[in-house]
Design a protein around this ligand. Structure first.
Ligand SMILES: Cc1cc2nc3c(=O)[nH]c(=O)nc-3n(C[C@H](O)[C@H](O)[C@H](O)COP(=O)(O)O)c2cc1C
Ligand SMILES: CC(C)CC(=O)C(=O)O
Length: 387
């Protein structure tokens, strides 16, 4: 870690003072189609905007004259220590934005002591990523028609030392993402789904007007018939804890907990799947309420500030995941950029805890929040990351 947010980096480079400012740096560096794939959402991008705006509707009720000389951010996730309640959401193809891809991302997370969740569709193999990891590491899993492919991912994850499997349940098919359709998005030649053999890679690079090769691939391979009953099959494959990602209702949360799922990620997939879905932050309280304490609830989508993290924790999340800002940091400056994004979020969260008089994570509760601004509310500060 070199520079500090807001100060010149060894006198050579200006470090953007907030994660969101890396968006502008990334946008200037990336091809338009790659930027659009990352920034975009599905349909009219209503959920993309509202996931973010949901945070801006809450105001904070600070308590004063509390000893905040030390704020403690460390906690545990599924029984393992992490230095902060902020982890990296699974995202496909980090090599779209930087040659070092997922290995740079995981090194940065390790330096900060943050959880990393690696995508099934990583552009480095899950073994390469595990070798570069010094912090906690979980694998995100998509369930495919060909169960042997999924089973092989699970076996490899166990052998490589992954500590949990995150089953993404909101993507039986990929939603129509109009930016990708307009751009005829396909992977550039140097980016591959590294966990798969050539058969599974077929067609991902041949862009076609009006289509997205990623959506075509999901259509062919994702098992849209995968149900609650089939979870027992996954459970029988492994003793690793299972986490379901993409749950937005109390009903599904309850059912997952009854089946012994260790954790849930309340998520709209960053506004990339069901457009018009309830913002993740608004779904969080009912999910937390529905499950027993031992089922750990995380949330993602639109978290850009330490105060956003604080709000999610106040509504009952054990931790949050951050997606796009990690790719902005990676695009801007490789592992150093990711480390700065995470470090800035940590510094902002520590500051927010101090200024609200909540020096420990177990002092952060619902009474910290005041819901004020009416919906919809989309401050201009959100525009530059979605443009
Ligand atoms: C470029 C990109 C790729 C993604 N790929 C995956 C993926 O492979 N698996 C998955 O479960 N979620 C994927 N997601 C969703 C993220 O895990 C996460 O839910 C979302 O990005 C959080 O919102 P945020 O980007 O606003 O922080 C992806 C998101 C982006 C932006
Ligand atoms: C390759 C895709 C299935 C990755 C994904 O989940 C996404 O782009 O949101």
């Amino acid at each position: 870690m070199t520079g500090r947010a807001g100060h010149a980096d060894r006198g050579e480079r200006e470090v953007p003072p907030s994660p969101r400012e890396y968006a502008a740096v990334a946008r200037a560096k990336l091809d338009r189609a790659v930027w659009d794939y990352i920034a975009g959402g599905s349909g009219d991008e209503v959920t993309l905007r509202e996931d973010r705006a949901a945070y801006d509707r809450y105001r904070l009720r600070p308590r004063v004259l509390v000893d905040v000389s030390h704020c403690e951010l460390s906690t545990t996730l599924l029984g393992r220590p992490v230095a902060l309640p902020v982890g990296i959401a699974p995202m496909a193809y980090h090599r779209l934005v930087h040659a070092d891809g997922e290995t740079a991302t995981v090194r940065a997370a390790g330096a900060v002591g943050a959880l990393t969740i690696t995508s099934t569709f990583a552009s480095k193999t899950l073994e390469e990523t595990a070798r570069a990891a010094t912090g906690p590491l979980w694998l995100q899993v998509y369930v495919f028609h060909d169960r042997k492919v999924t089973e092989s991912l699970v076996r490899r994850a166990e052998a490589a030392g992954y500590r949990a499997l995150v089953i993404t349940v909101d993507t039986p098919r990929m939603a129509r993402r109009e930016r990708d359709l307009r751009n005829g998005f396909g992977l550039p030649p140097h980016v591959r789904p590294a966990n798969f053999d050539d058969g599974h890679r077929a067609g991902l690079h041949r862009a076609r007007a009006g289509g997205s090769t990623l959506a075509d691939h999901a259509e062919r391979h994702h098992d849209a018939a995968f149900t609650w009953e089939d979870l027992a099959w996954l459970r029988s494959l492994t003793s690793l804890p299972l986490v379901l990602k993409g749950v937005l209702t109390a009903q599904d949360a309850r059912r997952a907990a009854e089946l012994g799922v260790a954790g849930l990620v309340v998520s709209t997939h960053g506004g990339r799947q069901l457009d018009g879905a309830i913002p993740a932050l608004d779904a969080l309280p009912e999910v937390v309420e529905a499950v027993p304490d031992e089922c750990e609830v995380l949330v993602d989508g639109g978290i850009r500030r330490g105060t956003d993290v604080l709000k999610a924790l106040a509504l009952g999340a054990r931790a949050v995941l951050v997606g796009r800002p990690v790719l902005w940091g990676l695009a801007a400056d490789g592992a150093d950029g990711v480390e700065r994004v995470l470090d800035t979020l940590r510094a902002e969260l520590a500051e927010a805890m101090a200024l609200t008089g909540r020096p420990r994570l177990d002092t952060i509760a619902r009474d910290l929040l005041h819901r004020s601004a009416p919906f919809p509310y989309h401050p201009a500060s959100n525009d530059k990351e979605m443009a």
